[in-house]
Design a protein around this ligand. Sequence first.
Ligand code: ATP
Ligand code: MG
Length: 207
Amino acid sequence: MRQTLRLGIMGGTFDPIHYGHLVTAEEALAQFDLERVVFMPTGRPVAKSHQRVTSAEERFLMTVIATAPNRDFEVSRLEIDRPGATYTVDTLEDLHREHPDAELFFITGADAVWEILTWKEPERVASLCRFIAATRPGYDLSRFMESRNGRLVEEKVEFMEVPALAISSTDIRRRVADRRPIRYLVPEAVAAYVHKRHLYAGGAEGV
Ligand code: ATP
Ligand code: MG
């Protein structure tokens, strides 16, 4: 029997969470034989500090609502309860301390893994986890391999094709602001929550 716990981590702003995130997490679970996937809503996202973001509590709640029916999905408050800016590397270190024997798989879109590996301390990040990067069928991976971090990518990144990659939170916020439908892009309970709380109604990108 295998001993090592294989833990997936799906970090994101989740403003709001949508079927792209959920399909990706489920696919990672199945393809990489993960024990469970922990959704980790960001506190104050560094990369998005220029735009208005829904409160951490509301993003957390929508993530809980969306993942509740899946017994292999969990939601963590680790990042939203940490004061100050959020860095992926700090979160991974916390998780590594919490589960020293676990193998951590950080699940992202391919573009996000690119940012992480070209951004802050890529060697340190890569020493803590492997990456599962979601790509669209037919996505061109050559720029990853040819980059300065090509070796890291080869050793640490698994690519996985998912079908729902065209869905984005940005598009969903814009749709709500324009009174266009978001049904079938997010779980029904998330859509209901968005409307009940009047989220995104004041414009897609705020002040
Ligand atoms: P925004 O449009 O505000 O940037 P988003 O839809 O990209 O939002 P995030 O919360 O920023 O959602 O994404 C969290 C993680 O999920 C990131 O790693 C991102 O690359 C990935 N992701 C986002 N949308 C999809 C999708 N449709 N399919 C697979 N992965 C996705
Ligand atoms: Mg994004």
